[in-house]
Design a protein around this ligand. Structure first.
Ligand code: AMP
Length: 504
């Protein structure tokens, strides 16, 4: 089944309901949204875009993002959403790798991309685009659940990005698990796209289309804490996906402005580690509005979820330990911990997180070698290290490549980071391994000092001694003004390790 049928159906019964908003302005009801997407699909056909052909989006968040996405799906083609913060050369690499014939662009991104690629670029503010979205439409092309809907390029912090093949069936599984495992959705709600639509926020669009909710793209096209607070207050109930760093910024800003997030219904956070101190502070300030998810492009947004109650219910005897977990397996997947050979380990044993189920990818785009490594006997090897408890709560340690092995013992940076973050002078921290002739690797911490506090390695060392085992404490501390992060707000540990090589 074609995922775009959900739009067709919502337009049929709720055509006059507001669908797309740009900041405060409603730009399309569901009839118009569907009519424009269906017209675009027909226009793509007229340009020889056939079923299965790839069409790229190199666009900032905007309402037309969804028109293009659904136009591509109605045409039976495959969307290749590219992170708008990538360099034009990186975007051109993805377009080339995917073999996309056309790319839709926003005007800020088009000119640089035009220098880097030969493919046809269509600016969504152009007359040409207006023409393509205003003619007669077509019905959604027939699709099988295993047909490709989306090529999702991994962030590529280690090597070239790989295209994850995401099918219509996978997106349906992720979407239908959302109201079951994450949060109920009603047509009174609005999805606010504060995070890139090329990533998790966009993957959550279909369930909000199915339920006839509103879709709001901030006028800024990105994340601005004040704008998020304003839009929520005016147009709530709002649900949105945020990376942990965004939650942190939202909390800081809301506290400074004395605002408690009126209108925010749910913030789904994930995509990177959320530290205990940060989520406790966020819940203290905003109340029980948070749900965590753990996923990866290879199983989009759908490995596990930590429910609103798990995050907020401080009366539960295991609240604290669950708060640093990523919750329990979502309904559509099995999760297990495997040893080096992928054999199952029991509760309490640390190993690689493996996933099997409906939202797991069939493989990477034209990369059989990487696919064979990632998929073993039907299980996705996530590359994340974790542990399950007796109740099925999963705690992530770190990416396997980030685990520090010192004197033959595994040290999980996350644990050291959690300890350091409880010191008042630490605003942000990242812990990595530094090659050591004596120990194999030494633990090293990069620290961003809290505003008005000074960086004091001696005090931090004493703090670690009081919180964690001696051998885990950093052998060296470096002050850093800002942690290097990728476009999704994830700390680039590879970058930190490179800096260590350069300075030592
Ligand atoms: P991506 O494929 O770019 O979405 O990156 C997925 C990776 O982000 C996962 O394999 C994890 O390492 C990390 N990640 C995702 N969600 C969480 C979470 N809730 N907590 C900690 N790390 C996460």
């Amino acid at each position: 089944m074609n995922l775009a049928l959900w739009l067709e159906r919502t337009a049929a019964v709720s055509g006059d309901r507001p669908a797309l908003m740009h900041g405060e302005t409603v730009v399309a009801d569901y009839s118009t949204f569907h009519a424009r997407a269906a017209a675009l699909a027909k226009a793509l056909g007229a340009r020889d875009i056939a079923s299965g052909d790839r069409v790229a989006l190199f666009m900032k968040n905007c309402p037309d993002y969804l028109v293009v996405l659904y136009g591509i799906w109605i045409a039976g083609a495959v969307a290749v959403p590219i992170n708008a913060k990538l360099h034009a050369k990186e975007a051109a690499f993805i377009i080339g790798n995917a073999g996309a014939a056309v790319a839709f662009v926003t005007p800020d991104l088009g000119p640089a991309l035009a220098e880097a690629t030969d493919v046809l670029l269509i600016d969504v503010t152009s007359d040409r685009f207006a023409g393509m979205t205003s003619g007669e439409g077509r019905a959604a092309a027939p699709k099988d659940k295993d047909d490709l809907a989306w090529l999702f390029y991994t962030s590529g912090t280690t090597g070239r990005p790989k295209g994850v093949r995401i099918t219509h069936g996978m997106l349906m599984a992720t979407s239908l698990a959302y109201p079951v495992d994450v949060d109920a959705v009603s047509r009174e709600d609005a999805a606010l796209y504060a995070a890139p639509m090329s990533h998790g926020a966009g993957i959550y669009a279909p369930i909000h289309v199915l339920k006839g909710a509103r879709h709001i793209c901030p006028a800024s096209g990105g994340f601005d804490a004040d704008e998020v607070l304003d839009l929520s207050q005016q147009y709530g109930p709002i649900s949105m996906f945020m990376a942990p760093t965004m939650v942190r910024r939202l909390t800081d800003r809301a506290k400074a402005a004395g605002r408690h997030g009126d209108g925010i219904k749910t913030i789904v956070y994930g995509g990177g580690p959320m530290y205990r101190a940060d989520i406790e502070e966020a819940v203290d300030w905003f109340g029980p509005k948070f749900v965590q998810i753990y996923g990866q492009g290879e199983c989009p947004m759908a490995i596990s979820a930590l429910s609103r109650d798990d995050v907020a219910d401080r009366t539960h005897p295991r609240w604290r330990e669950r708060l640093v977990s990523v919750g329990r397996a979502q309904s559509v997947v099995e999760v297990r911990i495997g040893d080096a050979d992928g054999q199952p380990l029991g509760p309490g044993e640390i190993g690689e997180i493996m996933v099997r189920g409906l939202p797991v990818m069939p493989g990477y785009w034209e990369n059989p070698e990487a696919s064979a490594k990632a998929l073993r006997d039907g299980w996705l090897m996530t590359g994340d290290v974790g542990v399950l408890d007796d109740d099925g709560y999963l705690t992530l340690q770190d990416r396997s490549k980030d685990v520090i092995i010192s004197g033959g013992t595994n040290i999980y940076p996350r644990e050291v980071e959690e300890a350091l973050l409880t010191h008042a002078s630490v605003h942000e921290v990242s812990v990595v391994g530094r090659p050591s002739a004596e120990w194999g690797e030494d633990v090293v911490a990069f620290v961003v000092a809290a505003p008005g506090k000074s960086f004091d390695p001696v005090a931090l060392d004493a703090h670690c001694l009081s919180e964690i085992a001696r051998f885990k404490r950093p052998k060296a501390y470096f002050e850093i003004a800002e942690l290097p992060k990728n476009n999704y707000g994830k700390v680039l540990k590879t970058e930190l390790r490179k800096r260590l090589e350069e300075t030592t």
